[in-house]
Design a binder for this molecule. Structure first.
Ligand SMILES: C[S@@+](CC[C@H](N)C(=O)[O-])C[C@H]1O[C@@H](n2cnc3c(N)ncnc32)[C@H](O)[C@@H]1O
Length: 255
């Protein structure tokens, strides 16, 4: 199996959606998509006033990282590095395709939302405004066009920042690059994986950075954040069988 860092040529959105979201199982059995949704639900279903504008970094071909947030936020901008993923997001926004139904249903169940799926999906669509090409490794993150006012109340990012480079220094640079778009007092919601340097999608192994939990937390503190919540209740047995140490969620406030 080939190892790669070439997202443009080798990241297949359809294979990704199939392997992570169309096959969603149960949280207890260590399903990653369920862990991500449970964690986002915990973070956004709280007393915190999150504000109005959200930027999602490295959305991939999915809106999974903004589903819970969309219940609290009025305007969402999605981003990714890979043109094929951006095309999937644009097709979704234009109503030419739907998000994986299982994913929407799962989040609705968590939220106790009994409307029909299409109504809920239209609601999320109406909140998504811009879809932007970005590169988190460069100081000028927005590549082709820049949002009118690139300052956000909330930034989310799921399973992305540890994948944009292969070193701790590269991780720190990406954190610095993307966190400048967050207003002072704003919230960063991060989902990631601890001590895993690669993951498989279809025929490719994508290489990223293996980071210890303390390295991740220290990086965010160094960049002026106060960590308010660190959620790491990914089932231990599942973590062993999947050969990863753990997935985590973090809520941090920019001071
Ligand atoms: C594992 S996927 C995560 C997708 C989605 N956020 C999720 O939670 O399922 C990693 C994403 O990071 C994106 N990515 C890779 N390099 C990047 C870079 N330099 N800047 C921004 N995003 C990047 C990829 O295109 C891919 O969509």
């Amino acid at each position: 199996m080939a190892e790669t860092r070439d997202y443009v040529s080798h990241f297949d959105p359809e294979v990704y959606l199939k392997s992570l979201y169309e096959s969603m199982g149960s949280y207890e059995k260590g399903d990653i998509a369920c862990f991500l949704q449970n964690t986002l639900h915990k973070i956004f279903n709280s007393e915190i006033q999150f504000g109005e504008k959200l930027l999602d970094i490295g959305s991939g071909p999915t809106i999974q990282s903004v589903l819970s947030a969309s219940r609290r936020i009025t305007r969402i901008d999605l981003t990714d590095f890979t043109p094929k993923n951006l095309q999937v997001l644009r097709d979704w926004k234009d109503g030419k395709r739907n998000e994986v139904e299982k994913l929407i249903r799962y989040e609705m169940k968590l939220a106790g939302d009994s409307r029909n799926v299409s109504e809920r999906e239209s609601e999320v669509r109406s909140k998504v405004h811009g879809i932007y090409r970005i590169d988190a490794t460069t100081e000028q993150v927005f590549k082709e066009s820049i949002p009118d006012d690139p300052q956000y109340d909330v930034i989310t990012s799921s399973l992305c920042l540890e994948d944009v480079s292969t070193t701790l220094a590269g991780y720190k640079t990406a954190v610095r690059n993307v966190s400048k778009y967050l207003k002072k007092g704003g919230y960063f919601v991060l989902l990631g994986v601890i001590e895993e340097s690669k993951y498989r999608i279809g025929d490719y192994i994508f290489l990223g950075t293996s980071l210890k939990a303390e390295e991740i937390r220290a990086t965010w503190r160094e960049h002026g954040f106060k960590i308010l919540q660190w959620i790491s209740d990914y089932p231990e047995d599942a973590a062993e069988s999947k050969d990863v140490d753990n997935f985590f969620g973090m809520l941090a406030k920019k001071e």
